[in-house]
Design a protein around this ligand. Structure first.
Ligand code: ZN
Length: 74
């Protein structure tokens, strides 16, 4: 597969996904992704993206977070 942005080579790699929307901010560690070796763009498979969205919804339930939560992707 090639990068949709620059046409560079994609490599399978586990990455740390970071999410930020307003006060909602968290990380998910060891997320399988395809990373472009040229521009660094990270692409996720649809089922991976779905799981990441679930983490985002879980964060919505918290009224206040002092430390940034880090999930282990599983
Ligand atoms: Zn690229």
């Amino acid at each position: 597969m090639k990068c949709v942005f620059c046409g560079g080579k994609l490599k399978n790699k586990n990455v740390t996904f970071s999410y930020e929307a307003g006060n909602n901010r968290f990380f998910v560690e060891n997320v399988p992704a395809e990373v472009c070796s040229s521009c660094g763009e990270q692409t996720y498979q649809p089922e991976i993206a779905d799981k990441l969205l679930k983490y985002a919804r879980m964060q919505d339930k918290a009224s206040k977070t002092i430390e940034v939560p880090v999930h282990e992707f599983a």
